[in-house]
Each structure stands twice: as structure tokens, then as C-alpha cells.
Design a binder for this molecule. Structure first.
Ligand code: NAD
Length: 285
């Protein structure tokens, strides 16, 4: 039987954590958000409140529901405030050391039957779970950016994850309005395992075929039915993020297609990061 989630903890309220916290409070779940400083936590709550206000303005959310949702979010800098959470979702920096340290701490403070989830994109869930005394209750919940908008969540099990916490996380993903899929803990899970080498191939084709980014995007949209061209997509994801994910997958698999094409590495080094820096394959106002 999946466990009922009455209270959820979200650790790290950056791009992903704030989106996940927004989903949880909109779904009516009491949520504790933990950041490294109250200033960062409050900034995240302001962003969430702003998005919810925009939904009220667009007529997709009642003002009373918006206010109630914002009330459901408690901010803290102390992990101990997650002690009574039924589920904790970690969305801190993509580095194994800090994640393992956090899971060791969560293992110590949360109830023995609480479920611990990581939103890692490219690290091993198994390794993140290793320092805990309950790897059977640790799993991955991999949301996609922007979490409030993209429907998918990959629910990832390790060799040790037990059925009950796994089904609890799957059901919780659905309760957040997401479309969950089941998969095992392998490098890149499902979508990034396919998408990262594919996008890297697209970038290599830019040089091989001497096609422009515009024409490559036009080609993939009109010839393969892609909703967005590969260069547009890499600009949206962030060139630095894509390079980082490619490097992590290459390290894990040693497959040459996973390695970031030199052209992308140079762009990242030059600060051409895509939409967020207003310049990538395209220029943005
Ligand atoms: N950005 C994406 O497209 C994306 C998509 C899916 C998954 N992810 C994964 O989600 C995680 C977070 O990524 P992000 O893009 O939101 O990063 P981010 O840098 O926007 O946010 C991370 C936040 O965590 C905070 N933080 C760091 N250590 C902390 C700690 N010990 N306790 C509490 N807060 C802490 C930081 O202050 C920061 O605000 C990473 O594992 C990343 O791989 C990212």
C-alpha cells in the first residue's frame, strides 16, 4: 500500500526545488522548503507566489486557493524541520558529496518509514542512497525543467528500493498532476539517456554538414516532426547545463556520443549559455 503523504520536505529551492515545492502546495500538501539561507528561501517563495499570482490573473487559479497554497509553504534553513515529513525530495547542487551528506542527515532525523527522493539528473541514485541505513526507502523522482509545466516525472528505483516506497513516490508524482514513468537507476535514466547523445549528434552535424542552426532546426521540425529544433532546445536548457550533463554521462558510460562536442564546450566557456545569457545558437532580447 502506498503511504499517504501529508507533509513533504523539499531541500534546495533553486530552479527545480522551487518548481517542485510549487507543485506540492498547489496539490494541497503541507510543504517545508529548506535553503542554505533565509534570504534564498524567501526569494524562492516570492518566485512561487509570483507564478501563482499570474495564474490568478490568467483565470486558471482562484485567489483564495492561491493564498491557501502560499500558506502551505514553510521555510527553514534547518534540516531538522523536515523530521516529520513523510517524503523528502532533494534538489540541491548536482554533486555527490553534498547529496550524500544530506541523505546521511535525512536518514538520521526522519521517521524510519519516511521516503527519501533525489531529483538528480545524472548522478547514481544508488550512490546517493549508500550512506543511509535505509537504501530500500531511497529512490529518484526526476522532474523536468520547468517542473510546474513539463508533465513528466521519472520515478527511479535502485536494486535496493522496496516496492512500497516506490509506489508511494509514483502515486505522489501523479497526485502532483505529473505523468510518472517507472525506470531503473542507470546513467541518464530514460529521457536524458536518449536526448543527450541525440542533441550532441545534432551539434556535430552542424559542423559536418555545414548546416546553419536555423536550417538544422527547420530540418528536424519539418522532417522529423520535432516540436522544437535541437539548437532552440539546447539554448532553452542552457548550454552549460547540457555540457555538464554530457560530461557526467560520458564519465558514467564512456560512450563517445555522450561526450560534449568541443563547439558546445567553447560556447559554454565563452559565456554563450543560451536564453539565460541572451546568446547561444540564437540571440535573445
Ligand atoms: N535545472 C534543470 O534543468 C534540472 C532538471 C532536472 C533535475 N535537475 C537536478 O535538480 C537538482 C537541482 O538543480 P537546480 O537546477 O534546481 O539547481 P539550482 O542551482 O537552481 O538550485 C540548487 C539550490 O540548492 C541550494 N542548496 C545547495 N545546498 C543545499 C543544502 N545542503 N540544503 C539546502 N539547499 C541547498 C542552493 O542554494 C540553490 O538554491 C540537481 O541535482 C540537478 O541535477 C536539474
Amino acid at each position: 500500500m502506498p503511504r499517504e503523504i501529508r507533509k513533504v520536505g523539499v531541500i534546495g529551492l533553486g530552479t527545480m526545488g522551487a518548481g517542485i515545492a510549487q507543485l506540492a502546495i498547489e496539490a494541497g500538501v503541507e510543504t517545508v522548503g529548506r535553503e542554505v539561507s533565509m534570504e534564498l528561501a524567501e526569494r524562492a517563495r516570492d518566485r512561487i507566489a509570483h507564478f501563482l499570482t499570474r495564474k490568478v490573473e490568467k483565470g486558471t487559479l482562484d485567489r483564495a486557493d492561491r493564498d491557501a497554497a502560499v500558506q502551505r509553504l514553510t521555510l527553514t534553513t534547518d534540516v531538522a524541520d523536515c523530521a516529520d515529513c513523510d517524503l523528502v525530495i532533494e534538489a540541491i547542487v548536482e554533486e555527490l558529496g553534498p547529496k550524500q551528506e544530506l541523505f546521511r542527515e535525512l536518514d538520521r532525523i526522519t521517521a524510519a518509514d519516511a521516503v527519501l527522493a533525489t531529483n538528480t539528473s545524472a548522478l547514481s541514485v544508488t550512490q546517493i542512497a549508500a550512506p543511509t541505513t535505509r537504501p530500500e526507502r531511497v529512490l529518484g523522482m526526476h522532474f523536468f525543467n520547468p517542473a510546474p509545466l513539463l508533465p513528466l516525472v521519472e520515478v527511479i528505483r535502485t536494486e535496493l528500493t522496496a516496492d512500497d516506497p516506490y509506489e508511494t513516490a509514483y502515486a505522489f508524482g501523479a497526485r502532483l498532476g505529473k505523468t510518472p514513468i517507472r525506470c531503473n537507476d542507470t546513467p541518464g535514466f530514460v529521457v536524458n539517456r536518449v536526448l543527450i547523445p541525440l542533441l550532441n549528434d545534432c551539434v556535430r552535424v552542424l559542423d559536418e554538414a555545414r548546416v546553419t542552426p536555423q536550417d538544422l532546426d527547420t530540418g528536424m521540425k519539418n522532417g522529423a516532426g520535432w516540436p522544437m529544433g535541437p539548437c532552440e532546445l539546447i539554448d532553452l536548457v542552457g548550454i552549460d547545463i547540457h555540457v555538464h550533463a554530457s560530461e557526467a554521462l560520458y564519465e558514467a558510460t564512456h560512450e563517445p556520443r555522450m561526450a560534449a562536442p568541443p563547439r558546445l564546450v567553447r560556447m559554454a566557456q565563452a559565456g554563450l549559455l543560451g536564453r539565460k545569457s541572451k546568446r547561444g545558437f540564437y540571440t535573445y532580447d
